[in-house]
Write a protein of this length. Structure first.
Length: 167
């Protein structure tokens, strides 16, 4: 099977920043997560490595520390129940900034009923009206924490919680 390079993908589909969704699949037993160029770009992972398969922990390592526990718990629930999962979390891109993504996926068993593949689609939350403000607040929160500005950090955390609530 011939793989399309990231450059060809961008020629055919436009810059990855304008693409709205990406696909991924995790072979649970082999612990190999595969994904397309958009998922790689959003998670700051080399596109060739992700296409070939990476360990799940590498992928989870790109999720914001405050969102990681909930994301892992949701993934675990999806594996145990086989029910579809929908999540929203922040991921660290190539440039080190965080961006909010929406993810939907489901776990599928093999013929013996053992959880085998978790497949999903990831959407860039750019279509949401609060996304640019949320991204700025998340980046500002990181700076506040790095500089030890606890008061500003608390206010930014509250702002992010308000922005995450549905209108």
């Amino acid at each position: 099977m011939r793989r399309i390079s990231h450059d060809i993908f961008e020629i055919l589909c436009g810059p990855t920043s304008n693409v709205c969704s990406g696909l991924f699949a995790w072979d649970i037993l082999e612990d190999r997560l595969h994904g397309d160029a958009l998922v790689a770009a959003r998670f700051g992972i080399d596109a060739t490595a992700l296409a070939s398969g990476i360990p799940l922990l590498t992928y989870l390592g790109r999720i914001h520390s405050e969102d990681k526990g909930e994301a892992a718990h949701g993934l675990r629930d999806a594996i145990v129940t086989g029910q579809p999962q929908h999540q929203r979390f922040r991921v660290k891109g190539m440039d080190g900034s965080y961006e909010t993504v929406l993810m939907s996926g489901q776990c599928f068993p093999d013929k013996d009923g053992v959880a085998r593949v978790y497949a999903g689609i990831m959407y860039n939350a750019c279509d949401e009206p609060t996304a640019p403000l949320e991204r700025l607040c998340a980046n500002a929160l990181d700076v506040a924490r790095q500089t030890g500005n606890e008061l500003v950090g608390r206010y930014l955390e509250q702002a992010l919680k308000l922005l995450a609530k549905p209108n």
